[in-house]
Design a protein around this ligand. Structure first.
Ligand code: NAD
Length: 429
């Protein structure tokens, strides 16, 4: 393959995309593949930006901007979540789409990577407005999605209900029900048992593997865990750790954190959130309040950043006291922080492995939907565990082979799989 020219370099590229690209540049140094292929795998395959109107409840019309980006489709249809947040940018979606490509490849799913998002603060919209926004956004990106083309799922700010609306909008457009067009949807319309818990559960499978690798065999009650972010990923990871007897000493959401060195009762905290009209940790009494920044620096055995990207930086990494970091969120660690953790001997189980449980059970949901044959929860969890443990073992083998940190090893393994598939398929025409 010849070296092609790169797409325009973005003068104001955001930190998340810079992180994804710099991780890529670091990993591909270990690959023996043509230069042109390295360049091809780096950039998104196709990108769609949509600006669309939504009727608000007060009679006004508001214009929103959304994106859907396919990073790579060599291994199969693209797969990736939809994010609703006021912080969404095109660069952020590019980074998240790229990570989806590596994540699916790492756990050996027949998928490429994609991501979508809308610039909106979902908490500021009513249920009715959110439904209208979701339906219009779905219809704007409908050319790019489909059960054999690109399959969305929930991410920050979206949930099973959002997927239900997307599935219905797509189905109404084509004229028949297509459950496999999205994953992470409610059970009643073809969701999978275990999907809601899958990402958090997978985080804990990876934590257990890393503890085992490090020879940490203490009883779970003597191992402390701090979790930043208490949404789908954080709350399910905290719950699973709690259920297994680990001492979850701190949790947080956007309103701040809670700290109890004796361990928090996560089941009770979740009950509190359900009762709280603000759906937050605020008002829970059994623990001291602390900030999100303070949580990251607590003395603990395991830190699980499960909120958002860019939380561990060159500024705070030297003050982190955890011995092991397991990335529930995508991109929570900036490259400067990675370098500090590597120097300090702190292991970081990277996002594309640690949070791959979500897309893995999304794959199970898609398979079940296509076959219209559904599995019980035990089967879902058994298969999930097997896939994550196999991927962890492959990453460890790559670490040993190249003498690199875990993130670089995970990226080498994943990128090499996409590279080999591309070489096998060849260039069209
Ligand atoms: P979510 O919207 O369910 O929860 C996000 C949590 O983070 C909430 O508790 C929110 O209050 C908190 N939060 C938001 N902004 C914050 C801030 N500035 N500081 C501290 N806390 C903040 O989202 P989620 O689905 O749990 O996703 C969390 C992360 O995990 C994201 O990086 C996402 O891409 C990643 N991820 C999600 C899945 C999934 O299946 N949902 C799968 C893989 C990766």
């Amino acid at each position: 393959m010849m070296l092609s020219t790169a797409p325009s370099v973005h003068a104001t590229m955001d930190a998340t995309y810079q992180t994804a690209l710099s991780q890529y540049d670091r990993a591909v140094r270990y690959l023996d593949v043509p230069e042109g292929l390295i360049e091809f795998m780096k950039w998104p395959r196709r990108e769609l930006t949509v600006n669309f109107p939504v009727h608000m409840d007060n009679g006004s019309v508001k214009i929103f901007t959304g994106y859907r980006i396919h990073h790579n489709t060599v291994l199969g249809p693209s797969k990736g979540g939809i994010r609703y947040s006021s912080h969404v940018t095109q660069d952020e979606i590019r980074a998240l789409a790229m990570w989806m490509t590596w994540k699916c490849a790492l756990v050996n799913l027949p998928y490429g990577g994609a991501k979508g998002g809308v610039i909106v603060e979902p908490k500021d919209l009513t249920e009715n407005e959110l439904q209208a926004l979701t339906r219009r956004y779905t219809s704007e990106i409908i050319l790019l999605i489909g059960p054999k083309i690109d399959i969305p799922a929930p991410d920050m700010g979206t949930n099973a209900q959002t997927m239900g609306w997307m599935m219905d909008t797509y189905s109404m457009t084509v004229g028949y029900s297509v459950p496999a067009v999205v994953t992470g949807k409610p059970l009643i319309i073809g969701g999978s048992l275990g999907r809601e818990e899958a990402t958090g559960r997978g985080v804990i499978v990876c934590m257990l593997e890393a503890l085992r690798q490090q020879g940490i065999t203490r009883s779970p009650k003597d191992i402390s865990v701090a979790v930043q972010g208490f949404g789908n990923v954080g709350s399910n990871a905290a719950q699973r750790a709690h259920d297994l007897g680990f001492k979850v000493i701190a949790i947080s959401d956007i309103s701040g954190g809670l700290y109890n060195p004796r361990g928090l009762n996560i089941t009770e905290v979740r009950e509190h959130i359900k009762r709280n009209p603000r759906r937050s940790l605020e008002g829970y009494r059994d623990g001291e309040r602390l900030t999100n920044a303070e949580l990251l620096e607590l003395p603990c055995d395991v830190l699980i950043p499960a909120a958002m990207e860019g939380q561990l930086t060159g500024e705070n990494a030297s003050r982190v006291r955890a011995k092991l970091i397991v990335e529930g969120a995508n991109g929570p660690t900036l490259p400067e922080a990675d370098a500090i953790f590597n120097d300090r001997g702190i292991t970081v189980v990277p996002d594309i492995l640690a949070n791959a449980g979500g897309v893995t059970v999304s794959y199970f949901e898609w398979v079940q939907g296509l076959q219209e044959f559904f599995w019980d929860e035990d089967e879902v969890y058994r298969r999930l565990e097997r896939i994550l443990i196999r991927a962890s073992d492959e990453v460890i083998a790559t670490m040993d082979k190249h003498n690199v940190d875990m993130r670089t090893a995970a990226q080498i393994t994943a990128i090499n799989r996409v590279a080999q598939a591309t070489l096998t398929r060849g260039i069209y025409p």
